[in-house]
Design a protein. Sequence first.
Length: 202
Amino acid sequence: MVKKVQIPLDKICVKSGMLCPNCQAKIDKGLYEKWEVDVMKVLLELEDKLKGMKDVNYKKSIIFDKKLYVMLENLGPHKHEIEKYLREKLSNSGFNKIILIEFTNNPKELVYKLLHNIEIKSANIYYSPDGNIYYVVKVPSYEKFKVDEIGDSAKRIFKILTNNDIYFEFVESARSTKIINEEEKLNQHIDSDKLNKILKNI
């Protein structure tokens, strides 16, 4: 049987904007925010336009730094079309950007999806003595500027979805060493200690 878009609230409530006691209770408990109803409504409007929407399962939306992050399960092949439609329908909501993320129940896979445009060397799980679980993500040092841009949002989303923390560890690599060497070549000022070391190796 072909499924329609799955949302955690009643579809009639979402389409009408009038929430029943059961749906309102989910909002009151903090499971979902009231503004998420608008996101769900847009997805319901889109389900009849894209066949790839028939298996999509809405999980959660998060606002961070004026960006809207929408988590969908079974996103399918229409990610860019869904993003475009959300941007059009929610253009007056004050978001600087709308980002779709394919949800997964595997925390390690979620790390890679949240940091999809960053090269990751490894992502390992660690168990602290107090029972907390956290993930250490090793990233090449030359990718630090990318982590500076999206690292905080990734940490925030990961914490909300898994209740675990992400820590970044920057590691040297052949490429980063090459970049450092090139920067040194371009640097016209060199201190005396470094100059003495270079002269000793001549």
